[in-house]
Design a protein around this ligand. Sequence first.
Ligand code: FUC
Length: 777
Amino acid sequence: MRYILAVVLSGFVSFSSAQDMKLRYDQPAKHWEETLPLGNGLIGMMPDGKVSDEQLVLNEISLWSGSPQDANNYDAHKSVSKIQELLFQGRNDLAEQLVNQNFVCAGAGSGGGKGALQPYGCFQNFGFLNFLHFDIDEVSNYQRSLDISTARAQTSFTAAGVKYQRDYFTSFADNAGVVHLTANKRKSIGFALHFYRDENIKSYQIKDNEITIEGRLPDGKGGDGMRFAAKIKVIAKGGSLMNYDNQLVIKKADEALVLFVASTDYYDHDPVAYVTAEMDKLKGKSYKQLAKAHQKAYEPLFSRVDLKLAQDRSQESVPTPQRIANFYQDPASDPGLAALYYQYGRYLSLSSAAPDFPNALPPNLQGLWAHRIQTPWNGDYHLNINAQMNHWGVEVSNLSEYHKPFINLIKKIAKEGEKTAKAYYNAPGWVVYMITNVWGFSAPGESASWGASTASGWLCNHLWEHYLFTQDKAYLKEVYPVLKGAAVFYKATLVKDPKTGWLVTSPSISPENGFKLANGKRAAVVMGPTIDNQIVRELYQAFIAAGKELGEDEAFSDSLQQDLKLIPPAVQISKSGRVMEWLTDYEETDPEHRHVSHLYGLYPANFISPVSSPEWAEAAKKTLAVRGDEGTGWSRAWKILFWARLHDGDHALEILRQLLRPATVGATSYSGSGAGTYPNLFCAHPPFQIDGNFGGSAGIAEMLLQSHDGYIHLLPALPGIWKDGELKGLKARGNFTVDIKWRNGRVVDYRISAAKAGNVKVLVNGALQDVQVSVIK
Ligand code: FUC
């Protein structure tokens, strides 16, 4: 690495050593939300660490029921002008009826979030690996942990004077789950092992030391859909191995290695042939070799960023559930937990996407972890906040390539979305709506109140941000047609509001809030909700900038530049001093609604800023005061980012505390209350939904570093109680890498490095420095 700038403002005391990155437990998991997530972006494994009847929840990220379908209603465009006319007349209630009749998807759509048996399908659990460990009753010294700096979990205890240790990882070098069972006395390892899945196993065979499973999921149209396969192999040292009643039975071994390999035909390969080949690759490799290869592949990724917030290390040995409870009581008692939570978000990014694997999928609502067949909301890709939030942290947290699977999904659905643009508006370009799946669903959802918002513009924010961070022109060239297609769609479909003359989307909603009409009726459908105005504005600006970079489409860019004058302002302030959620200052149905869509312009976009638009920033604060600090898991996470962008670190920390509220385990269905954090640090919507983890982690980064206002801002929202800290390796737009040390709330040392020389503006301790950069060799 070459440094372009190194500034030392004063001396400082170093933090003693790297902060511990372990989740620790002194008991086995009783519930799924206490088990420890391992994943390599393709497969997942969650051991519960029980001493005798141990279970590992298994996952494969592409395992989806359902099948490709064309859910577009090709007659929808015939209703558009009627719907728009009703909206011009202020008859949103009637417009909404018409949207529900003619402007939703054809067919069952997501099946009301329960689409396992519909064409839409759902992401689902792969199965369970069940161990019955022999002769282990009373145990002492029980410990269970997940070390996110090595991506390995461990269970250890003593039973009848013998020390047992079990190690688990999903390899970043091989596509395999690995379990290693050892004891400090020979012949102590004995267990019966079997695989179980609730449904759709077509074949289960045991040969020698290996179980092979084949299955097929329903396609949602009455036939067979996705094929899947797995192999589980046991390699024991010493003792005996036999199979009995669908189980592999190991007795009196000195140690045992269990390998798990799984895949589906989503990747256009025969899953049986694939798992056979993968298992073959593992032949002859010892546990040590497997672990070493995993370490070599994983650790350089994780260690790109280091964050230390605590000099006092005493909390690190406290069991994680207790740490969560303590933090909720008093965040000052354990700043180290915030650093762990931040890194846990990075760990989950690394574990739930595999950017180098062809056709790799991005993390879904569950990441890639699920213990049920019918996952909540189908475990899909919700596009009105959730899938986006899953990627808010990847750029700043130096995992830029982990944006790629999402970007590829965007490209893929953009293709499908060309049909949707035709069907709903008879328009060119592409549009997708609020939900998608691995089958490329692009039509609106089945109900207007949540399914009628377009997502294409918001998705382009990701295409553009990846460029801003990486400055990779070859990449920009590749996604430019996708940006253009989205702009072409909006350009063709925005309508002129007769009252204001503004160009607005229609019909649309502000996710997923409703309002009261003057006639007393309630509705959600509108033209030009604030979020759309911000998104279209952002998209046009990004497209124009991209066109300039690439020297393309001058005339079209000029026409968008003209249109920008007619897009409603990014913010209108209401009578009550808040950011208006809609063009009309309606009274919202739910003033504390979890979605805060009209603050899209504060984060992830950059229209509302205490620096460049202080009045709007004030209105955003009032908006947040009414929305409140609570909400679902992801809603709290978003609010951390809002307060970070408003440069209020104490308020951001207060919401982080709310996000880390100990949540009750075992929730099975959606609830608007009870959000927080489970014992395994998974975010509770509830139930578990991973967006809050990713958003919370991104929020912590945003408190420490921002770069959206044309300069790099060090510690823009540092909470008062995080007086001292050190961070290394965060990324700023422009492809800069940033290290900061601070003491007593002030930066005492920082370093900004980059591959090439250039100018960079840095705001440090309140002073904007225009730094002449020089490359240090
Ligand atoms: C959006 C949110 C819900 C939930 C779902 C998966 O619809 O409004 O709270 O997160 O996605």
